[in-house]
Ligand binder design. Structure first.
Ligand code: HPA
Length: 270
């Protein structure tokens, strides 16, 4: 693993003359922000040694280096999911690489199903905490002390500083936002009515199939995280509607400009 991280990092450094400060992962239907980056280099995942290749429709497949609001960033346009068949270590490998490239903060976005009855489709939810319900963990296996501790602390998985900054920025932009706990499942099926209800009862506000493995690796690496969900569908209420991937992408796409505006305002302030 250490060798792989080193090899991939060296490859990227040889290709790109930009030292990123902030890593960004753009989730389903949320890749547009990537197009607003002033690019220094756009590298398809398939050209990057040790990177898996995204297999899901609607997800881009590029690592973008450039500047956004004057900050040096590296952004993943599309992420890797456990349900695609990769290992937990594979889907979080890009986070290890971002850390090795010198990134000091990590911004993660995703599309999620809302379970909090106050939520509506198109809402933006700041992730304030999570429940790992994937039944596995990217840190299982030998621990590399060079990368982080065997038993990482998770008392502040989502940086309070970033949460407060996001609230301020959203307020200045007049964009209403919600806050909540994200429950991570493997997918790929959406939840049954009983599962949505269960996830609500155990303390979840939204449910999705990503992000938490990346947050765990970020915590292991000592990287502060900002996490945000777009609520693309609603579950757990009296009258549950069928949901499709297309609808999720459509709702994410519609809400994307609000999220981009908040992230750009935050970058300006950092
Ligand atoms: N469940 C799980 N993942 C999701 C959902 C959902 O309802 N919506 C978007 N991603």
């Amino acid at each position: 693993m250490l060798e792989k991280i080193k090899k991939t990092t060296e490859f990227l450094k040889s290709k790109v003359d930009l030292k990123p400060e902030i890593g960004i992962v753009l989730g389903s239907g949320l890749g547009n922000l990537g197009n607003e980056i002033n690019p220094v280099a756009v590298i398809p995942y398939k050209e990057i040694p040790n990177f898996p290749i995204s297999t899901v429709m609607g997800h881009g497949s590029n690592l973008i280096f450039g500047t956004l609001e004057g900050k040096n960033v590296v952004a993943m346009q599309g992420r890797f999911h456990y349900y695609e068949g990769y290992t937990m270590q594979e889907i979080t490998f890009p986070i290890r690489v971002m850390k090795a490239l010198g990134v000091q903060s990590l911004f993660l976005s995703n599309a999620a199903g809302g379970m909090n009855p106050d939520f509506e489709v198109g809402d933006i939810m700041l992730i304030v905490d999570h429940i790992n319900f994937m039944g596995t963990n990217p840190l299982i296996g030998p621990n590399y002390d060079e990368l982080g501790p065997r038993f990482p602390d998770m008392s502040e998985p989502y940086s309070k500083k970033f949460i407060n900054l996001a609230k301020q920025c959203a307020n200045n932009l007049n964009i209403p936002i919600k806050e909540g706990v994200y429950v991570a499942v493997t997918g790929p099926n959406f939840e049954t009515p009983a599962e949505y209800k269960f996830f609500r009862i155990i303390g979840g506000d939204a449910v999705g199939m990503s992000t938490v493995p990346e947050v765990i690796v970020a915590a292991h690496s000592g990287l502060p995280v900002f996490g945000v969900s777009i609520i693309t569908d609603l579950g757990g209420f009296e009258d549950i509607q069928p949901i499709s991937h297309e609808e999720v992408l459509k709702a994410a796409d519609a809400a994307e400009p609000k999220l981009s505006a908040i992230i750009k305002a935050m970058l300006k302030e950092l």
